[in-house]
Design a protein around this ligand. Structure first.
Ligand code: HSE
Length: 442
């Protein structure tokens, strides 16, 4: 808070860089709800410029003359624009646009999780030095105001864990595979057509988008800047309908979970397919919906649920930042709520994935010969991996059949080494698959 910032009594002006799916949603809300928003906050917010390389495509929005321009410089250099909304995504030139806007004393709002998860501290530092805000509510979980929840609503809590389904596209794919038996690529195409997927869908299906978001949420929850490199990341491309079926038989659903868990001074940061007991609320989070589960010392467990992707939910998150920042501008307030630049606050260390312990599901493809089970269980037993249950289905001469196991708690390091050794057995065909299992602490 400072008294040095001039109070602004008139309305606030906004420029958008990037008129794609989310940009169009933001423009719709700002234009169609202008009067409504003014009535709620007591002053006007005007959308004065939108920059996009494509000025031809019809987005179904009527804009006044000269609002849509090709050159982002018209927004960055305009003395009349107070808030710049960056919605082009990617690292470059988004980073340069944001830094330029901040250095020109403009507040910035971004939905760019990839940029924040790789260059977040640098951008927040620039914002602080230039005494402006950098809003990023739309970067994690779209319509769920999780940034606000962690930084504001739960400020009185020490947070122990944040678990989430935070990639709508992969949740949509897994749901369609589970409920309609769709194959992976058909489900991905549907998600892309609905506008959920990233420009490069490998970010969605390889867990990278969820890892970006986890790095941001964990930085706020645990008071240390984490980046994409701190997050162990595995996607959903190896999951087959067979695994979904077996999971169901054991009483689980397969979800792409993003997990941040604090144990003493260590933090686990990981994104991977996870088997979650069917009776857990998070198992019922389907389609493009996201959910974030938080455990705080004061609130205990809490689950936040909503649409995590798509035009309007993401636009809704952007608008909440627009209004917060506009209110700060009007009040002459600055740096009321800190961003991701908090590395001094704690000496938490990211736990190496090797050291993480979990229960596991294994699927081997084996030739059904006497003694196989004892060979495999011998390799597992030698590494202290204890089997909880086994299913073997079908019996085909000269053809491999699936052999599936659930384990008690084991160390990742031991599992990886066991899988390598099992993979070398002649009676095993194809690479063994393993999925971590949540909800069972045995
Ligand atoms: N591709 C992202 C998702 C969009 O599927 O969740 C929202 O960040």
């Amino acid at each position: 808070m400072t008294g040095e910032v001039k109070l602004k009594r008139s309305g606030v002006s906004v420029g958008i860089i990037g008129f794609g799916t989310v940009g169009a949603g933001v423009a719709k809300i700002l234009l169609q709800k202008r009067v409504d928003i003014e009535r709620k906050i007591g002053f006007s917010i005007s959308l004065v410029k939108i920059a996009d390389l494509d000025v031809k495509r019809d987005r179904g929005i009527r804009l006044a003359k000269n609002v849509l321009v090709k050159d982002a410089g018209e927004i960055l250099n305009s003395p009349d624009i107070d808030i710049v909304i960056e919605l082009i995504g990617g690292i470059h030139p988004a980073k340069e646009f944001i830094l330029k806007a901040l250095r020109k004393g403009k507040h910035v709002i971004t939905a760019n999780k990839a940029l924040l998860a790789t260059h977040g501290p640098e951008l927040f530092k620039a914002a602080r030095e230039n005494r402006v805000e950098l809003g990023f509510e739309a970067s994690v979980a779209g319509g769920i105001p999780i940034i606000k929840i962690i930084r504001e609503a739960l400020i009185g809590n020490e947070i122990h864990a944040v678990y989430g389904i935070i990639n709508g596209t992969s949740n949509y794919i897994l749901t369609k595979m589970t409920e309609e038996g769709l194959d992976f690529s058909t489900a991905l195409k549907q998600a892309q057509a609905l506008g959920y997927a990233e420009a490069d869908p490998t970010f969605d299906i390889e867990g990278i988008d969820a890892a970006h978001k986890l790095a941001i949420a964990a930085s706020l929850a645990f008071g240390k800047s984490f980046s994409l490199n701190d997050v162990y990341t595995e996607g959903i491309t190896k999951i087959t309908p067979l695994d979904i079926e077996f999971a169901s038989e054991f009483g689980y659903k397969i979800k792409l979970l993003a997990i941040a868990k604090k144990i003493d001074q260590n933090i686990e940061l990981r994104v991977h397919p996870t088997m979650v007991p069917k009776e857990y609320l998070i198992s019922s989070v389907n389609g493009v919906f996201n959910a974030v589960y938080i455990e705080g010392d004061a609130i205990g467990p809490a689950l936040y649920y909503g649409k995590g992707a798509g035009e309007m939910p993401t636009a809704s998150a952007v608008i909440s930042d627009v209004v917060d920042i506009a209110r700060n501008i009007r009040a002459g307030a600055f740096n009321r709520i800190r961003g991701m630049e908090m590395s001094e606050r704690t000496n938490l260390k990211v736990k190496k994935m090797d050291e993480v312990a979990s229960c596991y599901y294994f699927r081997f493809s084996v030739f059904d010969r006497p003694g196989i089970l004892s060979k495999i269980s011998g390799i597992l037993g030698a590494r202290n991996i204890s089997i909880r249950s086994v299913i073997q289905k079908g019996r085909k001469k000269e053809k491999a059949v699936p052999l599936v196991m659930m384990t008690h708690r084991a160390r990742e390091k031991d599992v990886v080494s066991a899988m390598k050794e099992i993979n070398k057995l002649k009676v095993v065909s194809g690479k063994p698959l393993y999925i971590r299992v949540e909800g069972s602490e045995e």
